[in-house]
Design a protein. Structure first.
Length: 391
C-alpha cells in the first residue's frame, strides 16, 4: 500500500524549502491542498523520501510510475546536494530512458527536412543570405501575441476532437513574460489555475509559425494531459500523488513526446499548419536531435567547443552563444541535466512510434499516453502490443 498522503506532504514541504532559493519543485498542482511537512534541509527531505521509497512494492503500472517518480526525486536531491552521479545513470533515473546517440543519418535526414521547409518558405541560398531570410521570418512581440490567441482558438478544438475529448476543454490563463531562459512557452499551475507563460526575452526570437507549434505543444499537449489527470483524480482512477508533478520525473518522456507528436500524428493538424508552422516544427526537431547528441558529448568528456560547433553548423537558427550556454547548463545544473535531454530523445522515439503504427493506432497511442502518466518502459510495451496487432 502506497502512503499517498505522506508522499504529498513530503513534496509540498520540499517545494516550500526550495522557494527561498528561487526553485520550484512542483510544476502542476492538480489536487486538493494538503499541508506539507516541515523540513529544515535537503538532507531531511532525502532521508524521508528514501524511507517512503523503500516501502513501495509496485503491483500495477500506476504504482510502478509512483515508484519511479520517487526514485527520480531521490536522485535529484542527491544531485542538488552536490553528489557526482554518472550522466547515464542520472538521466535514466530521472527520465526513465538511458541516454543514446541518435544515429547521424537520422539527424541529417531531419536537417534535410528542415532545409526543404526553408525552401518552401522562400529561402534560396543563391539569391540571399540566411541572415536576411531569418530577419524576414521574425515577428514582433505584438504580432506574436495576436497569433497566439488565434492559434488557441483554431488548434485546441482539433486536438480535443481527434482524441475524443470534446467535453474536456481546459480553462487556463495566459501570461506574457520576460525571463532569461531557454523556453518559449511553459505550462504549470498557479493558485490552482492552469497557467501558460510565453517568454519574450530578447534572447528568445519568435519566427513566423512559432506561435502555432508552441501553442499546440503547450495547450493541446500539456494542458489537455493535465485536464485528463485532474478528471481521473476526481473520479478516483488516478492516485492524487501523480497529480503533484515535477519536471524531474519519468512522465516527461510522454509529456514532451506526445505534445510534439500532435504536430505529426494528427492529419487534421497537418492540414491547418501554415508553411511557416511546418518549418517551425521541423527546424525545432532538427535542433532537438542535434542537442541530444551534443549533450551526451559534453557530459561524457567531449569538447564543449566541438559540441557547440556540431549544433551551430547543422542548425542555422541556433546562435553560438545560446548553444554554449545551454550546454553548460546541461553539465552543471541538476535541474537541466536530465530534463533538457528529454526533448530530443522523446521526439525521436515518437517518430519511431509513428513509423511502427498505423494512423488509427497512433490516435490510440495518444489517447493512452495522455490519459495519465506512464513510465517509458510501459509505453514501449504498449506500442509493441499495438504494432503486433498488425502482423
Amino acid at each position: 500500500m502506497i502512503d499517498t498522503e505522506a508522499l504529498i506532504k513530503v513534496y509540498r514541504g520540499w517545494d516550500r524549502l526550495e522557494k527561498p532559493k528561487s526553485m520550484s519543485i512542483i510544476d502542476f498542482d492538480l489536487i486538493t491542498p494538503i499541508e506539507g511537512e516541515q523540513f529544515n534541509s535537503r538532507e531531511e527531505v532525502l532521508e524521508r523520501l528514501v524511507q517512503l521509497h523503500s516501502q513501495i512494492k509496485p503491483t500495477n503500472e500506476q504504482e510502478e510510475f509512483i515508484e519511479a517518480k520517487v526514485n527520480a526525486g531521490i536522485y535529484f536531491l542527491r544531485a542538488l546536494r552536490g553528489e557526482e552521479i554518472p550522466y547515464g545513470e542520472y538521466v535514466e533515473a530521472i527520465t526513465g530512458v538511458r541516454p543514446q546517440m541518435i544515429p547521424e543519418q537520422d539527424v541529417q535526414r531531419q536537417v534535410s527536412i528542415m532545409h526543404n521547409r526553408m525552401r518552401d518558405t522562400g529561402y534560396d541560398s543563391k539569391k540571399g543570405s540566411f541572415e536576411q531570410f531569418a530577419l524576414d521570418l521574425r515577428v514582433s512581440k505584438e504580432d506574436a501575441q495576436k497569433e497566439v490567441g488565434d492559434c488557441e482558438e483554431t488548434l485546441l478544438p482539433i486536438v480535443l476532437r481527434a482524441l475524443g475529448l470534446k467535453d474536456l476543454e481546459p480553462a487556463y490563463r495566459v501570461s506574457f513574460e520576460v525571463e532569461d531562459d531557454y523556453w518559449r512557452g511553459w505550462t504549470s499551475t498557479s493558485d490552482g489555475q492552469l497557467l501558460l507563460r510565453y517568454n519574450f526575452h530578447p534572447n528568445i526570437i519568435w519566427y513566423k509559425g512559432d506561435s502555432e507549434t508552441t501553442t499546440l505543444h503547450e495547450v493541446g499537449g500539456h494542458f489537455v494531459q493535465a485536464a485528463n489527470l485532474r478528471k481521473g483524480i476526481a473520479e478516483g482512477r488516478i492516485d492524487p500523488f501523480i497529480g503533484l508533478t515535477t519536471v524531474q520525473e519519468p512522465h516527461t518522456f510522454a509529456g514532451e513526446g506526445t505534445a510534439d507528436a500532435l504536430l505529426y500524428f494528427l492529419p487534421e493538424v497537418e492540414d491547418v499548419l501554415s508553411p511557416h508552422g511546418s518549418l517551425s516544427r521541423d527546424q525545432r526537431a532538427a535542433r532537438d536531435y542535434l542537442y541530444n547528441n551534443a549533450q551526451i558529448m559534453v557530459n561524457e568528456g567531449g569538447s564543449l567547443n566541438e559540441a557547440v560547433r556540431y549544433v551551430v553548423e547543422n542548425h542555422p537558427f541556433s546562435a553560438e552563444k545560446t548553444v554554449h550556454d545551454d550546454l553548460v547548463r546541461c553539465i552543471t545544473n541538476p535541474a537541466r541535466r536530465a530534463y533538457f535531454y528529454i526533448y530530443g530523445i522523446s521526439r525521436y522515439k515518437h517518430e519511431e512510434f509513428r513509423q511502427r503504427l498505423n494512423p488509427q493506432q497512433q490516435i490510440e497511442y495518444l489517447r493512452h499516453a495522455m490519459s495519465t502518466y506512464h513510465t517509458p518502459k510501459n509505453l514501449f510495451a504498449f506500442v509493441d502490443g499495438l504494432a503486433q496487432q498488425q502482423r
